[in-house]
Design a protein around this ligand. Structure first.
Ligand SMILES: [Zn+2]
Length: 299
């Protein structure tokens, strides 16, 4: 029986491997959506990407997971034409690998990487991401930001005034929100998971209270016509961001109040946050994890 079994296994491997490779290739697709010219929204599997494509060349905000870089190269070449898709600038909203995974690919091809000082600090040293149960080794040199800033930086590119403004102690300690003044477009980085509880990376210097304060600060700067690009999820308006801020304020309030009353975290999780916020737990951060994050950040 053994030889027959091996033969069958070989046959099934031979037919399934090309299929698996095909599937893997299909999954590396990057969707393009329209934003006010010269901007485009690009979405693969990681964080949302904004590309500015025009007479000054290409600039991108964030660059998804590492394995997606060639897919982005194809899309950017298509948008820019004539193989001119390599970005001159890559701006990172924060250091997480689903937003900076393409840095090495682009850095090796001559892109100047721009980010907050703390993005450089975390990417250039070994990081233990307890929340993800993952250790991140220092990134190779081409992946590291070359231009860094403490508070804000502005780039004038393709007719846009692009301002990256740092917001301290929010999702991490090195987050920027990027404003395109003339286009009235904002990239929130991971200060906005549309209609989902947020991931607040306490191990990277994040804070739940700071996160809420930062979202409220951005709300002060946008208007009803602003196109808001969340770190993850579909395009949004100010009303969506307001709903997000309301959720944050209410749920942080519920957990804080119960902690003050002497409840422990497990009791709060059992009791839950109420039906009103149930659907927000359908993503990467479920209700129990959000409650734990709030409690840990407060403690
Ligand atoms: Zn993140």
């Amino acid at each position: 029986m053994r030889p027959l079994h091996s033969l069958l296994l070989c046959a099934s491997l031979a037919t399934s491997l090309p299929l698996a490779a095909q599937q893997a290739e299909d999954e590396l697709k990057v969707a393009i959506s329209a934003l006010p010219a010269p901007l485009h929204l690009l979405q693969g599997q990681g964080g949302n990407v904004i590309a500015s494509v025009g007479e000054d060349g290409v600039l991108i905000i964030d660059d998804d997971y590492t394995n997606y870089a060639p897919a982005y190269a194809g899309v950017l070449d298509g948008l820019a034409g004539g193989g001119k898709g390599t970005p001159r600038f890559v701006l990172n909203t924060h250091w997480h690998f689903d937003h900076t995974g393409g840095n090495a690919y682009w850095g090796e091809r001559g892109a100047v990487i721009v980010a907050h000082d703390n993005v450089y600090a975390r990417m250039s040293t070994r990081q233990e991401m307890k929340a993800m149960d993952r250790v991140m080794e220092p990134s190779p040199r081409p992946a590291l930001p070359v231009v860094t800033y403490a508070d804000a930086v502005a780039l004038r590119f393709n007719g846009s005034t692009i301002e990256a403004q740092h917001y301290p102690r929010g999702h991490t300690d090195g987050d920027s929100v990027v404003y395109f003044a003339e286009q009235n477009v904002v990239h929130m980085g991971d200060h906005f998971f549309k209609d989902r509880f947020p991931f607040v990376d306490l191990g990277s210097g994040g804070s739940v209270q700071g996160y809420l304060a930062n979202v409220q600060a951005v709300l002060e700067r946008v208007d009803g016509k602003t196109v808001i690009v969340p770190g993850h999820g579909s395009l949004a308006k100010k009303a969506d961001l307001q709903r997000y801020a309301d959720m944050l304020e209410a749920t942080i309030g519920i957990v804080s109040e119960r902690l003050e009353e002497g409840a422990d975290v497990e009791e709060i999780i059992t009791q839950g946050l109420g039906q009103k916020w149930e659907s927000w737990g359908a993503g990467f951060i479920d209700e129990a994890r959000w409650i734990r994050t709030i409690a840990e950040s407060a403690g």
